[in-house]
Design a protein around this ligand. Sequence first.
Ligand code: SF4
Ligand code: SF4
Length: 188
Amino acid sequence: MSEETRELSEGHAEEDLMAAIRENIKACMQCGTCTGSCGSAYAMDFTPRQMWRMVQLGMVDEIFNSRTFSLCSSCYYCTLRCPRGLPLTESIHGLKQLAVAKGVAEKKGARFYQTFLDTVRRYGRVREMELMARYFIAMKSPVLPLSFTPLGMKLMMKGKVSPEMPQFFRPGKLDGIFRKVKELEARS
Ligand code: SF4
Ligand code: SF4
């Protein structure tokens, strides 16, 4: 496949995915239950309800310039509570996928997602201390850890983060699963 053809077909795949997401949430009636249910909404620049309206209106640039979808922790609470029964979390996964395809996530949060996945691959769960240590190393920014210090202290004082030492050279518990997913993705 030539580079031009590949770009065209990738462009179509992105349009199809966006169209599927719009279809998923076309029955949103803007009641705001998703926003009221979302534990991450306080940190988002647009609330989940606003984001679904932006999706309905096709405001693609605004959606991908916001940090709303990238802050979703996939808790599924909005999906459980949406009175229209819309697949909201699944649609957010679609937006994250699109952000990676468009290269938006590369700028904004791809390193964080990669580090998160790498930690899960190693231990089968998230180890917060190691996640952040790896993230800071990946970002190569000496001031970045300082901006996270107040939050980190607060979380440690509340016992939300356990001070486990990073084990950088340990083989991953989920290596096999991740390998298989890569193989399947390469085939599709
Ligand atoms: S809870 Fe459902 S219907 Fe209500 S605003 Fe959110 S997506 Fe729309
Ligand atoms: S799935 Fe995401 S958007 Fe929905 S309530 Fe949970 S964090 Fe919020």
